[in-house]
Write a protein that binds this ligand. Structure first.
Ligand code: SAH
Length: 528
């Protein structure tokens, strides 16, 4: 058949690809159709034709799949965030389970029977909505010239206006509306990626789900393009600003009431970055739970959201959250009396789905099989979340993390929770671990019982894996947010004498195609 762009076909969707796209075939020619689901009979329009396959857009669902549900979000198709919102939740879990299993088989080279035998039931969510504790909203201008915020449409940089993402906390909408109103009222320009002009780039909102504490960090463009008349106006305001004395004391009383037991430093920042900054801060500060308002300065013309400099303009520089250690009997999870309080800075990594993170960490801890005598490394430890869970059941834990702010948080978290058997090293896992190994001190740490790794999507660096193999821990617990790199790394570890024993997926990112996996490996043979 002669396939050409813009042709329309009716096709039965038979499969789902790794990015959640529907896959159908016409006379052996594969069509990849975004937003189509297995079981749909769909009318599709070809958008890009290759030699053996084509991409197509869903024009109309002629006969819906039995697994199709009505997406509750009105912009689910335009927005790039939730690729599989139209798929029934149990089927989302089944899709993720088979995505991970396929990667382990295809990339990891494991036997299919083995993978099916060792993989345990997926850990899903009872209410897979409003689970995200963190939102990063970009600001921009609509075609009509209005300031908008929302999410980037899939694979583009045009903003789909939406102040109430159904994955996020309801408070996000209030923060965004205050910001939009302020920008409109005082003519504060949104950042324009195209020419580097404008001021407000993003807002980062975080909520401690357990504590109710809210953090707002407004990311500003301080590059060349921002130095326009508006900034002059801000300067003038700054010159005539009030003194520190008495500044913001009313909010201090409001916000401290009932929320904090300990002494905290409140910041009455006089320096201004945003026109009529006091008015904006006043409004934001009145939101229930507001604990930290900061500005982050990002002068670079990049896609990276946060710049290097953050200034607290109201409240504390951090928020706190609490996580409970859970006991698991395989299926269910029950709260134990152990919990950890975490301090979280704007730039630190913190799991976005705290309800599922408790289950994930508790599973990792169960896989580590600790008895209280063990020495454990926790590589890629962030603010020490997993390390502190491990510390309950190990003799000693050593965390390694590349971001210095996160390491500071990790140390403070250990101290504030009264946990004395953890230490944190700042640096890259692939540098800290080999250096430690070369130095040859502290025999316990050189021959640890367990090494836990929780790397970013790109997985572990080969040097890090090789050092783990040299250290030969009894067990390795691999926590992964990308099953392709997980499979690649497990292949290396299993090639170096380890056996994959257990695996389980935990749905941290419901409605999206992303999935978190925990695996346990143990030594295939004992060394002398
Ligand atoms: N275990 C933590 C963090 C996991 S996210 C938690 O669950 O909260 C991955 C972490 O690895 C991030 O904090 C990131 O800053 C850190 N990181 C990225 N590359 C690294 C490297 N090469 N070495 C050490 N840490 C790294």
């Amino acid at each position: 058949m002669d396939f050409r762009k813009n042709q329309i076909y009716t096709v039965t969707i038979e499969d789902i690809g790794t990015e959640g796209e529907g896959i159908g075939k016409i006379e052996g020619f594969s069509l990849f159709v975004k937003d189509a689901l297995p079981g749909d009979v769909a009318k599709v329009r070809l958008t890009k034709v290759k030699k053996n396959y084509a991409y197509a857009r869903l024009e109309e669902v002629v006969e819906p799949s039995p697994d199709r549900v009505k997406p509750p979000c009105p912009v689910s198709r335009q927005c790039g965030g939730c690729q599989i919102q139209a798929l029934a939740y149990e089927k989302q879990l089944a899709f993720k389970q088979s995505k991970v299993e396929n990667n382990l088989i295809r990339i990891g080279g494991f036997e299919p029977e083995k993978i099916r035998r060792i993989m345990e039931p997926a850990i899903g969510m009872e209410h897979p909505w409003r689970y995200r504790n963190k939102a990063q909203y970009p600001f921009g201008r609509s075609k009509e010239g209005k300031t908008v915020t929302g999410f980037y449409a899939g694979r583009t940089h045009s903003i789909v206006a939406n102040t109430d993402c159904l994955l996020g906390a309801p408070e996000n909408k209030k923060v965004l509306e205050i910001l939009l109103r302020h920008m409109e009222q005082y003519d504060v320009p949104a950042y324009d990626e195209g020419n580097g002009q404008g001021l407000v780039r993003h807002v980062l909102i975080r909520k401690g789900f357990f504590t109710g504490e809210l953090m707002v960090c407004i990311v500003l463009n301080t590059g060349g393009g921002a130095a326009d008349a508006k900034m002059e106006r801000v300067k003038k305001e700054e010159d005539t600003s009030k003194t520190d004395e008495g500044y913001h004391t009313c909010h201090e009383e409001d916000a401290v009431a009932g929320t904090c037991q300990e002494k905290i430093t409140w910041c009455g920042q006089r320096k201004k970055w945003i026109p009529e900054q006091d008015k904006l801060v006043d409004r934001l500060a009145m939101l229930p739970g507001m604990t930290s308002i900061s500005v982050n300065l990002n002068p670079e013309r990049t896609n990276v959201i946060l710049g290097k400099e953050t200034h607290t303009v109201w409240g504390r520089g951090k928020i706190r959250d609490k996580m409970h250690l859970l006991q698991t009997d395989g299926d269910g999870f029950m709260k134990t009396d152990k919990s950890v309080i975490y301090e979280i800075s704007p730039a630190s990594f913190y799991q976005v789905n705290p309800v599922q993170a408790e289950k994930l960490y508790s599973t990792a801890l169960a896989y580590a099989e600790l008895t209280g005598k063990e020495t454990v490394w926790d590589l890629y430890c962030g603010i020490g979340t997993i390390s502190l869970f491990l510390s309950f059941a190990a003799k000693q834990v050593c965390g390694v993390e590349a971001v210095s702010e996160a390491v500071e948080d990790a140390r403070e978290n250990a101290r504030k929770n009264g946990i004395g058997n953890v230490r944190f090293f700042e640096g890259k896992a692939e540098e800290v671990l080999p250096e430690f190994y070369r130095a040859g001190e502290e025999p316990d740490m050189l021959c640890p019982d367990v090494i836990v790794v929780d790397p970013p999507r790109k997985g572990c660096d080969e040097t890090c894996l090789q050092t783990i193999l040299k250290m030969r821990p009894e067990r390795i617990v691999y926590v992964s947010c990308d099953s392709a790199t997980l499979a690649r790394d497990l292949k290396i570890l299993c090639g170096g004498g380890y056996e994959l024993r257990r695996g389980r997926i935990c749905d941290q990112f419901c409605q999206s195609v992303h999935v978190e996996t925990v695996c346990l490996l143990s030594k295939r043979w004992r060394c002398c």
